[in-house]
Design a protein around this ligand. Structure first.
Ligand SMILES: NC(=O)c1ccc[n+]([C@@H]2O[C@H](COP(=O)([O-])OP(=O)(O)OC[C@H]3O[C@@H](n4cnc5c(N)ncnc54)[C@H](O)[C@@H]3O)[C@@H](O)[C@H]2O)c1
Length: 349
């Protein structure tokens, strides 16, 4: 049976998911909606889908929905999709703040619908490799991580999104809008974070949109992580992440955030580098993750099994972001973020 997919929001990230869906058998984009008529019609034409003029019309026409609007419009769309009893894939961040994200998670839980969030870097071969290296224990306990993330101010260039400069639509700046991925990855790789300290700055002087943030985190196992995220003016530089982890007897590095290169140096072996196909082939047999979050979502829709990462995972990333903002507003004071839950769920697809 072909799964009929709908999109609400036909911008940049919708295009990426549409590309991911092209590799998924028996799934097709059948209806799309955007408040911007030109975008809606262009996206509909590109995917031979029907351009509909309301959310009600959309949910009546499909089996599952991607919510890919700007962030402030996510909650209403998710509520409408959940009320119709349909599976929902919502982009990160879920909402403009923690309370909104928690309410959205409660909505999909109460409706009992399959839900997945766009924390897509959990599918990245490079970060899956790093996680496996750290969590295997073969390099000894993790001690420190330096996670550097940068991109040009995304109100221009390929993002061309004025909404990213408006806190009412984006929530806030570099940390929530972009580096929520990084907070999620850091805990996913290093284990439970127990405390967060942060500072934020506003070099571009856009109210409520921080463009420099540094976050220091400690884990329950005693590791330290430092996240540095910057929005600059170097338009020729694509969004880039660079991550280094020191375990007691191993140094691990990610230099390209999907296909590597990744590097490891240990106290007993020669340095090694992996990238591209070799990296994919090395991690896939170990974690069994297909590496296409859109295929994972369609699989969950088809089988009714829980999707991953789901809204509950996203709420935890929101908790970490919220703690960082609270710390920054208190001059970098430590914020306790200890949890008693485990967010480890088996991957689907
Ligand atoms: N997972 C990732 O790596 C990633 C990457 C980029 C963006 N995102 C997230 O995806 C979301 C969209 O970002 P984007 O870059 O595609 O933005 P975009 O500006 O390119 O597209 C957003 C679209 O939503 C439409 N829209 C806004 N409100 C709407 C509503 N109520 N109903 C229907 N359509 C509406 C806009 O007209 C626009 O076409 C944001 O939440 C962003 O944070 C995630």
């Amino acid at each position: 049976m072909t799964i009929r997919i709908g999109f609400v929001g036909c911008g940049l990230i919708a295009g990426f998911h549409a590309a991911g869906l092209e590799h998924v058998p028996d799934a097709e984009i059948t209806a799309v909606f955007d408040v911007d008529d030109a975008r809606r019609n262009r996206f509909a034409d590109a995917h031979s889908a029907r351009a509909v003029t309301s959310l009600d019309e959309l949910v009546a026409a499909v089996d599952a929905v991607y919510v890919t609007t700007w962030t402030a419009a996510h909650p209403d769309a998710v509520e409408a999709v959940a009320a119709a009893g349909l599976p929902v894939f919502c982009e990160k961040p879920l909402g403009v703040d923690l309370a909104t994200a928690q309410a959205m998670e409660a909505t999909v839980r109460a409706a009992g619908v399959v839900n997945q969030v766009g924390l897509v870097l959990r599918s990245s071969p490079a970060f899956r490799w790093l996680r496996e290296q750290v969590r295997s224990g073969r390099h000894g306990v993790p001690m420190s991580m330096v996670f550097r993330d940068d991109q040009y101010l995304p109100t221009r260039g390929m993002y061309a999104s004025t909404w990213r400069g408006d806190p009412a639509l984006a929530g806030s700046g570099a940390l929530l809008e972009h580096s929520i991925h990084d907070l999620d990855l850091i805990e996913w790789i290093l284990g439970d974070i127990v405390s967060v300290n942060a500072v934020t700055d506003f070099a571009h002087e856009i109210d409520g949109i921080e463009d420099q943030v540094s976050v220091i985190m400690r884990t329950a196992e005693g590791a330290q992580a430092v996240l540095s995220s910057t929005w600059h003016d170097i338009d020729s530089r694509p969004s880039q992440r660079s991550v280094e982890v020191f375990c007691r007897s191993g140094h691990l590095a990610v230099e390209g955030d999907w296909f590597g290169p990744v590097r490891q140096q240990t106290s007993t072996e020669d340095p090694q580098t992996l990238e591209g196909r070799e990296l994919v082939d090395s991690i896939r047999p170990i974690d069994g993750i297909a590496g296409n979050p859109d295929a994972d979502f369609v699989h969950a829709v088809r089988t009714g099994q829980p999707a991953h990462p789901d809204f509950a995972v996203a709420v935890r990333a929101h908790v970490l972001a919220d703690a960082a903002y609270r710390s920054a507003s208190e001059g970098g004071a430590p914020i306790d973020v200890r949890v008693t839950r485990s967010d480890e769920q088996p991957p689907t697809g």
